[in-house]
Design a protein around this ligand. Sequence first.
Ligand SMILES: Nc1ncnc2c1ncn2[C@@H]1O[C@H](COP(=O)(O)OP(=O)(O)OP(=O)(O)O)[C@@H](O)[C@H]1O
Length: 311
Amino acid sequence: MSPRAVSIENVSHFYGKRQALNEVTLSIDPGEIFVFLGPNGGGKSTLFRLLSTLMPLSHGEINILSRSVRTHQHEVRQQIGVVFQMPSLDKKLTVLENIHQQAALYGITGALLKERTALLLDKLELEDRKKDIVEDLSGGLRRRVELAKGMLHSPKVLLLDEPSTGLDPAARQAMWRYLEFLRTDQGVTVILTSHLLEEAEKADRIAILDQGQLVALDTPDALKDKIGGATITIRSRQPEALIEKLRDELNLSATEVSELVRLETEDGPATIRMIMQTASDLVDAITLAKPSLEDVFIAMTGRQFTEEVKS
Ligand SMILES: Nc1ncnc2c1ncn2[C@@H]1O[C@H](COP(=O)(O)OP(=O)(O)OP(=O)(O)O)[C@@H](O)[C@H]1O
């Protein structure tokens, strides 16, 4: 069996008396795109800092490619690429100069530097911008330069903290294309934190962190399947009359949410047939949707994903 890319065992973290992580245990396989998803304050950044060896581990154990972040910090750093939330680029230098600065830190020179730089500029679609000063670049291009820096030493594990923050949809797509290339073509394990539900949908697996606890861990589809059932949403010009009719004639309990009539059901198609046979005069449009990751979060925590947590 190939070793885990990352194993996290019983990891807790305290800032003074405040507990930011509570006994988190999970492992990540080589070549996975893995997302730590959570609302603000969930503990994602704390775990990211521990994984990237930015902060010392005090409780539990973390191994990256079989090396402990506690005892083999230097070796771990050689194996990981890190893209932080805070920009790390020198804005007054060009794209190429920033990359060369990073190369000097890792002792990458000569033909190897040339070869790696050419591949990164090509894959990150930065070739025609390599002589531009970083401060003249858009947020999306800057993030790509950060990625080039993070991947320059060809790490086997790439860690990214909230990489989509501040990017427009096109820039996000470009970044995801590159992450998928790294996973598929280079076998890199890609681990990112995110508070965006739609981004987590793209992951191979998701760990949901809430108030420092690991509350769910699986593929996006498996997480949604565990909730089961489906949601029917109906647009109606007479929502109140429709809700009454569904209750009185079909014994269905529906509610009005944002001017739409919604109900949860175990068997979507059968329920839709019943509704259309009985109340089609009150239905303008009807849709059936599987549970979303938001529904998963609500089921696991009893709260909306966006709800503030008092700390
Ligand atoms: N340097 C710090 N000192 C004290 N408490 C902290 C510190 N950093 C984080 N915390 C607290 O630890 C908990 C987890 O925070 P963390 O930043 O890890 O969460 P997060 O999921 O990354 O949230 P966000 O998306 O808002 O960054 C929160 O209650 C937070 O207030």
